[in-house]
Ligand binder design. Structure first.
Ligand SMILES: [Zn+2]
Length: 327
C-alpha cells in the first residue's frame, strides 16, 4: 500500500504558508497556542472561531506523549470538525513545538502534523543547518512547513531549558535560511520560556525586547516570516488569583502586551503562547477548589477553566495579535 503523502490534509488541516503570507501582508501575527488536553483544545478552537482567527495548534514532543501520539490526530480531526460546525471553518494548522530530532519530526509529519519545528539552536551553526535541512527535505515532499531557530531563549519549557539567553545574530540569518530552506525562523530578542521571564528588582520595569535586532533581521530577510517563542504576558490577574487561592507564584513576569502588539505588526507572523493558557486554567481551578470544596465532578472545575481560556484566547486575538477577523 502506498503511504498517504499528506496525512494532515485528511485531518482537514493546512500548513502555515498561506497563513504567514496573509499575516505578513496585513500586519498581524497568527497565534500558536499550546495544548495538552481536551478542554484546552476546545477552548482554543472556540476562542479562535468566535474571534474568526486562523490558529496554530501547538504541541511539544512531551505534550504529544501525554495526549498519546495515536489519540492526538483524532482529537485534532475532531477539533476541525467542531470548528466547521460552529462557523463554516477557520484555517487550522497542527505544529510540533521544539522538535529535537529528525525521527520525531518525521513521526509527527507521518501522523498528520502540517508544520514542524526543528530546534537545533543549542547545536553549533553547522550542525543546526545540517539537522534542520534533513527535516526540510522530508517535509517539503509532503507539503509540510518547517520552523527553524537561531539564538537561544532563556527559561524552562517542556523540551528545552537554558539558564542564559543568546540573542540571534542577524549576520547568520541569511546563510541559515538559504542553506536549510526553512519556511520560518524563530529568533531570540529577549522573550523567554515559562512564567518567570525577568528577575526584576522592586520598581524596575520589564526590559524592552530587542527590536533593533528584529529590524536588522527584517532588512536581511525582507518579507520573511519570523516567530516569537516565550511570548506570554504572564497575565497579572491570573497570577493574583492563583496566589489568592493558595498558589505560590512569586515574581512571575511576562512580556507586556504593547511590545507584542508592536512585534505582531512587524515581520513576526507567529507568536507562541503557552504559559498564559496554563495560568488561566490554574487560576479558575484553584478558585473552584477553594470556594466549593465539596465539588468533585471534573466538569465543574475544568468547565470554568475552559471558559476562562476561551476568554483569554479571544482577548489575545482581538487586542494583542490582531489576528481576529482574519480567518
Ligand atoms: Zn519555545
Amino acid at each position: 500500500m502506498m503511504d498517504d503523502p499528506t496525512p494532515y490534509k485528511d485531518l482537514g488541516l493546512v500548513n502555515t504558508r498561506e497563513m504567514f503570507k496573509k499575516a505578513m501582508a496585513d500586519g498581524y501575527a497568527v497565534p500558536a497556542y499550546n495544548f495538552n488536553n481536551m478542554e484546552q483544545l476546545q477552548a482554543i478552537v472556540i476562542g479562535c472561531v468566535e474571534s474568526k482567527s486562523p490558529v496554530i495548534l501547538q504541541v511539544s514532543g512531551s505534550a504529544r506523549k501525554y495526549a498519546d501520539p495515536s489519540l492526538l490526530p483524532h482529537m485534532v480531526k475532531g477539533a476541525v470538525a467542531m470548528a466547521k460546525k460552529m462557523s463554516g471553518s477557520i484555517p487550522i494548522a497542527l505544529h510540533l513545538d521544539h522538535g529535537d530530532s529528525f525521527e520525531l519530526a518525521k513521526d509527527c509529519i507521518d501522523s498528520g502534523f502540517s508544520s514542524v519545528m526543528l530546534d537545533g539552536s543549542h547545536h553549533s551553526f553547522d550542525e543546526n543547518v545540517r539537522l534542520t535541512k534533513t527535516v526540510v527535505d522530508y517535509a517539503r515532499e509532503r507539503d509540510v512547513t518547517v520552523e527553524g531557530e537561531l539564538g537561544v531563549l532563556a527559561g524552562v519549557e517542556d523540551e528545552v531549558s537554558s539558564a542564559v539567553s543568546h540573542y540571534t545574530k542577524p549576520e547568520e540569518v541569511e546563510e541559515f535560511v538559504g542553506k536549510t530552506g526553512v519556511d520560518s525562523l524563530a529568533i531570540s530578542i529577549g522573550t523567554s520560556h515559562g512564567a518567570y521571564k525577568f528577575k526584576l528588582k522592586p520598581g524596575e520595569e520589564v526590559p524592552s525586547l530587542r527590536f533593533d535586532i528584529l529590524e536588522e533581521i527584517e532588512k536581511r530577510l525582507p518579507g520573511y516570516p519570523i516567530v516569537l517563542h516565550g511570548a506570554s504576558s504572564v497575565t497579572p490577574e491570573h497570577v493574583a488569583l492563583i496566589n489568592r487561592y493558595g498558589g505560590k507564584l512569586e515574581s512571575a513576569v511576562g512580556i507586556p502586551a504593547e511590545q507584542l502588539r508592536r512585534a505582531a505588526r512587524s515581520a513576526v507572523c507567529k507568536i507562541n503562547i503557552d504559559s498564559d493558557g496554563r495560568l488561566a486554567m490554574t487560576a479558575m481551578i484553584r478558585q473552584v477548589f477553594t470556594e466549593k470544596p465539596a465539588e468533585f465532578d471534573p466538569r465543574k472545575y475544568l468547565g470554568p477553566a475552559r471558559d476562562e481560556l476561551v476568554k483569554m484566547v479571544k482577548h489575545k486575538n482581538i487586542n494583542v495579535l490582531g489576528s481576529a477577523h482574519q480567518a
